[in-house]
Design a protein around this ligand. Sequence first.
Ligand code: AMP
Length: 213
Amino acid sequence: MNLILFGAPGVGKGTQSALLVEKLDMRHISTGDLFRNAIKNETELGKKAKEFMDAGNLVPDEVTIGLVEEVLKNLNGQSFILDGFPRTTAQADALDGLLEKIGAPLDRVISFQVPESELVSRLTGRRVCKGCGAVYHIASKPPQQDGVCDVCGKAEVVQRKDDQEDVIKVRLENYENSTRPVKEFYQNKGQFTEIDGTGSADEVFERVQKVLG
Ligand code: AMP
């Protein structure tokens, strides 16, 4: 089963991907995570992406599509969850071609719906582990020891640069202008299901499982 989890920044795509991967043998492909790793490792890709990400803007299509092509080419038939890709209709078009090339049809696009005020509070309160990437929230899921990751026990838990309020505003604007049209792209293909993304991660996961049967 090959899926796209779709929605604005902060709707819970990463959280739901992690829950799916725990249950099913699927590869989680998050373009945001791939870019963050590239920045951490100071690769050429990281250098290309950093300036755009820090400002809350989308990394150019040709860079992003090239990255996803590399990952998809090396899947060897494993099912996947795309999280944060496609974010433009050009990316969605390119993805169609890439999936045809590797013979991996898309089964479903699940889109999460969360009111904007909640997205802002989820994003401004989000904290992530610098080492293993575990995700926390200052109000709803703080780490047990202030600033220290519960999962790996060592690394610092910090706020992403692009989770600061001024950058969040830009990211949400970019979602409205560039990413929302992707919804129509998949709605027209009939592979699209929208679900309520509010409530606890487990509640949302139940809705996801219902969609997937
Ligand atoms: P995310 O972790 O999905 O919120 O992504 C963080 C940032 O990475 C975004 O704000 C963009 O700057 C960049 N990014 C991630 N995925 C894409 C994409 N599909 N197209 C362009 N930029 C992306």
